[in-house]
Design a protein around this ligand. Structure first.
Ligand code: GUN
Length: 291
């Protein structure tokens, strides 16, 4: 079994991005600027956004954070989105999800200028991705494709099972894996899938994006499979300073000995998700998607 070290690959990509930022600055061009909009004080969202800001600093990007309390109105939030759309200094921005119940996430996502939609959530980017046009691709699937490529994992003709069909991970992942670049035969499994264990065990490449800690056991994995664990559920822990630790969707101790490759949690997919947002921001700043 080989461990897929997302941490290591993400550090390499960050160094590549930092180099490109230096080149932009040396040519007298502005450095990429990522903005984040954060509503409320959800612990997970606070942490994710803090990481995004820190990541920007580490590669030389400019960043800015716009915070609102939980009682912000949809109109106020849409006004901020319009302002960021029209601010030429901002290359890309994200509105951290989830949003409070009284705000339509879809309305907010659709208000974002697709050229600044570095999350790749706008239907225009999703549609462009599906038909193979240049687009901003959601960070987690984008990062997983990059991991498979950098580890030179053969994908062509393989059976890929994606467990989960969320708009952010499972759905775009399944589309990317079916495209000519990856050439896998894809099955999308979900909560209504019958014989889930059998379906998973048919996978040469198994991508778990379920959100249920240690859901995938050894009997659900084929000998020699490549296993990609997207799960990052926070579970209480007395052993960490934060009081919780991250658990993946795969029962690692059981499954790892059966795999050819596996991503750990933490240190596998997570760092690649973070670095993919930086890549998208660089693409936005250099007009590589919509030219
Ligand atoms: N909430 C959980 N993941 C994400 C993400 O990738 N982007 C945004 N904007 N919100 C999220």
């Amino acid at each position: 079994m080989k461990l897929i070290e997302g941490n290591k690959i993400a550090a390499e990509i960050k160094a590549e991005i930092a180099e490109q930022v230096k080149e932009l600055a040396a040519k007298g061009q502005k450095v990429p600027h990522l903005s984040a909009v954060l509503v409320g004080h959800d612990g997970g969202s606070e942490t994710y956004v803090a990481f995004k800001i820190k990541d920007c600093e580490s590669v030389g990007f400019k960043s800015s954070l716009h915070r609102y309390e939980d009682d912000v109105t949809e109109e106020e939030l849409l006004a901020k989105v319009a302002e960021l759309n029209n601010n030429p200094d901002v290359d890309g921005f994200i509105v951290q999800l989830p949003l409070p119940k009284h705000i339509s996430e879809q309305k907010v996502i659709e208000a974002i200028d697709p050229r600044k939609d570095v999350d790749g959530f706008h239907p225009e980017n999703v549609g462009r991705m599906v038909i193979g046009l240049p687009s901003f691709v959601s960070a987690t699937p984008y990062g997983i494709v990059e991991l498979l490529k950098r580890y030179k994992i053969e994908t062509s003709g393989k059976n890929c099972v994606v467990v989960g069909r969320s708009n952010i991970v499972g759905r775009p992942m399944s589309v990317l894996m079916s495209q000519k670049e990856m050439n896998t035969t894809v099955t999308v499994a979900h909560s209504r899938t019958k014989n889930l264990a059998e379906v998973c065990a048919s996978a040469d490449i198994l991508i778990a994006a379920i959100g249920s800690p240690e859901f995938l056991k050894a009997n659900m994995v084929k000998e020699g499979a490549v296993v990609i664990d997207v799960g990052t559920t926070r579970v209480p822990s007395s052993e960490t300073k934060s009081g919780f630790r991250l658990k993946g969707d795969v029962k690692f101790d059981e499954v790892s000995s059966k795999c050819s490759y596996i991503t750990p949690v933490p240190g596998g997919v997570g760092p690649m998700t973070r670095v993919s947002l930086l890549k998208n921001t660089l693409l936005a700043a250099t007009n590589k998607i919509y030219s």
